[in-house]
Design a protein around this ligand. Sequence first.
Ligand code: FES
Length: 239
Amino acid sequence: MKTYKKGKILENIEIGPNIYKMTLDISLDGKPGQFFMLRCDSFRNEPLLSRPFGICDDNNLTILYQVVGEGTDIMAGLTKDAEVKILGPLGNGFRIDDTKDKKIAVVAGGIGIAPLLYLVKNLDTKADFYAGFTNDSYFTEEFKPYVKSITYTSFEKDGKFITEAFDPNDYDIIYACGPNPMLKAIHDMNETAEIQISMEAHMACGIGACLGCTVESVDGEFIRVCKDGPVFDSREVFE
Ligand code: FES
């Protein structure tokens, strides 16, 4: 049975407006696209509920997160050597065994960029990387050594969504992580590519027990994002 293990924060820094990168002193030996649950006792003396985070890097386990509420606000206040508890790696991860000589696009929407660095580091073929942001871009420089090209859009600056920057049909495989409407838009534009999407969901347990993260598949089955995913073929989820 999986249990939480302890880790210590090496670094917790703001890399963009309300976007933080946290690095820990442990490694999970996870696969790209897998995630883990993180829990910490906050400096406000309230235990922080577990939250899911994708593996952004795993040499020293790294996450990116956006401060969007009380939990992530507490996380942003944690400093070096603070202790956190980690459960993982969890979920299925991306399928990357058949990427040699394939034409690949990796597509990020906002903070969905987080698990994609660990993905591009592990692909056999360099991908074209596309990243869409609402405002300022962040973290794209980290991708430079591992991808063939980088394209990004900022909706507030140039009025464009990232889905307007490429044609999925130019690729054999697309890996995407971001808001569900972006994932659906890529699916709708596509006729020929295999699309692997990493879905976002609220997760309380992360291990398939609470059913809080279920979504309905196209076959009408209820699938758990944490246990059956978080990576799905887009045809399993979107008509
Ligand atoms: Fe509990 Fe998925 S988070 S079943």
